[in-house]
Design a protein around this ligand. Structure first.
Ligand SMILES: CC(C)(COP(=O)(O)OP(=O)(O)OC[C@H]1O[C@@H](n2cnc3c(N)ncnc32)[C@H](O)[C@@H]1OP(=O)(O)O)[C@@H](O)C(=O)NCCC(=O)NCCS
Length: 176
């Protein structure tokens, strides 16, 4: 079960869901520097150490933007997943989502899906109209199941084949 996007403590955009054991999965924007460090650590573990997509560091200029959202998933008291999103073109409402990662020991437990839903709902609440993502080929079906569509041919992105995908951002739900 996934709730609507809300504001935690009246500030931080948050989307909560519950796993099959009743444990809460909270997907939200990192609320402070410490949480942002957890976000970076998880990305490093998955994209640098595990997958080797990036050598040394996966940080880039988008991490320095004032309008970037560093999303985290909190599950059973641990930081377990990430997603990042930011506007590509504020005039058209086009956003990009990326750096979706769940630590290996927490995969297929229903954490990646709410992270994607959180990014989509939060970007919509922040004025976005459409989100794009460069999706690893192994994850295309995962995104299609969440309502995303293929958008063009497979491309080389960060040196690897990726499928461009897109989703329309629904009008924001009640975020209070
Ligand atoms: C892709 C990723 C984020 C998915 O996270 P997750 O927590 O395992 O996803 P969920 O548990 O929410 O999966 C929801 C459903 O999709 C399925 N699923 C998960 N990964 C899938 C994939 N790659 N292809 C198809 N289905 C997938 C799950 O089995 C589950 O199915 P169910 O609803 O029938 O039980 C995770 O595997 C990951 O971090 N991978 C490494 C980093 C990565 O590849 N990032 C994406 C870059 S594009």
């Amino acid at each position: 079960m996934t709730t609507a996007l809300s504001r935690r403590d009246g500030r931080t955009l948050c989307l909560s869901s519950v796993d099959s054991h009743g444990a809460v999965i909270e997907c939200r924007a990192a609320a402070n520097v410490g949480e942002r460090m957890w976000h970076y650590r998880i990305r490093h573990q998955v994209f640098v150490v595990e997958q080797g997509v990036f050598a040394g560091s996966d940080l880039d200029r988008h991490d320095l933007r004032p309008d970037v959202v560093h999303g985290i998933a909190v599950y059973r008291g641990a930081y377990v997943g990430t997603v990042r999103f930011f506007p590509l073109n504020p005039d058209t409402g086009l956003w990009q989502g990326d750096r979706l990662a769940v630590l290996p020991q927490y995969r297929t437990a229903g954490i990646g899906s709410p992270l994607v839903r959180f990014a989509v709902a939060a970007a919509a609440a922040l004025g976005g109209q459409r989100m794009i993502a460069h999706v690893q080929l192994a994850n295309v079906r995962f995104f299609e199941r969440l309502g995303w569509q293929r958008s063009g041919e497979v491309e080389t992105y960060v040196g690897l084949p990726h499928q461009p995908m897109t989703i329309a951002l629904a009008p924001p739900a009640d975020t209070e």
